[in-house]
Design a protein around this ligand. Structure first.
Ligand code: PGA
Length: 256
């Protein structure tokens, strides 16, 4: 049986100046900077990527970005590319977050280009999928997730698929304090695993980490992380303070 290493990723969103970022990362490195039971990724805003990279140096914690442009360089004012992120030692990039889809009109096709560009540059994409409240209430959850997943992963090879991380984030649970029940989350995670099996074969699907995101915190994490197909968390609010983020990593390490 394959045991997937748990992954806890902190999505700081548009929070923290670089001074704040260094202070937070300093606390994280001091407490969990040497642990190897769980993969831990922090995703600060672009403005603190470089200082955070320096602060993480020599620790086991990894660096991720919250977005990127699919092109390597060129006339794309305000954008940042995969080679730029790699040059600062980022290893992961969050793509297709529901806030990017909703507020910046990102389409599945555009997100797919980013996924392919990230993989081409040895960045591991954390591809976010998830339904809105209206979609859940109308019974469209699995259909929405399937469309986002299949379109987002179009053209990804079986060989590179294990480098992809999927984050299931029900939009109605993000930043709302309303967490999906363990049954609701596990149902969608198992469905995603099934889709990955169809796309890439069973052994490959067993290697892909599927994170849950949406109001995950130390109090609800143990039950979610104990589910068969929940391999970690993409954490927003609770990643902004060292204490709660460290507790989440500890909770993930405790799941056997
Ligand atoms: P939240 O955000 O933990 O604050 O709900 C999760 C996310 O949007 O990635």
């Amino acid at each position: 049986m394959i045991t997937r290493k748990k992954l806890i990723a902190g999505n700081w969103k548009m929070n923290k100046t670089s001074a704040d970022a260094v202070a937070l990362v300093g606390d994280l490195v001091a407490t969990i900077g040497r642990q190897t039971d769980v993969d831990v990724v922090v995703c600060p805003p672009f403005t603190s990527i470089e200082t955070v990279a320096k602060a993480l140096d020599g620790s086991t914690l990894k660096l991720g970005a919250q977005n990127m442009h699919p092109e390597a360089s060129g006339a794309f004012t305000g954008e940042v590319s995969a080679p730029m992120l790699r040059a600062l030692f980022a290893t992961h990039v969050i793509l297709g977050h529901s806030e990017r889809r909703a507020y910046f009109a990102e389409t599945d096709a555009f997100i797919n280009k980013k996924v392919l560009a990230a993989l081409k540059n040895q960045l591991k994409p954390i591809l976010c999928v998830g339904e809105t409240l209206a979609e859940r209430e109308s019974g469209a959850t699995l259909k929405v997730v399937q469309t986002q997943l299949e379109a987002g992963l179009d053209g990804v090879s079986k060989e590179l698929a294990p480098s992809v991380v999927i984050a299931y984030e029900p939009v109605w649970a993000i930043g709302t304090g309303k967490v999906a029940t363990t049954e609701q989350a596990q149902e969608v995670h198992a469905f995603i695993r099934g889709l990955l099996t169809k796309l890439f074969t069973e052994p490959v699907a067993q290697k892909v980490r599927i994170l849950y995101g949406g109001s995950m915190k130390p109090s609800n994490a143990p039950e979610l992380l104990a589910q068969k197909d929940i391999d970690g968390g993409l954490i927003g609010g609770a990643a902004l303070e060292a204490r709660s983020f460290v507790d989440l990593v500890t909770a993930a390490a405790a799941v056997k």
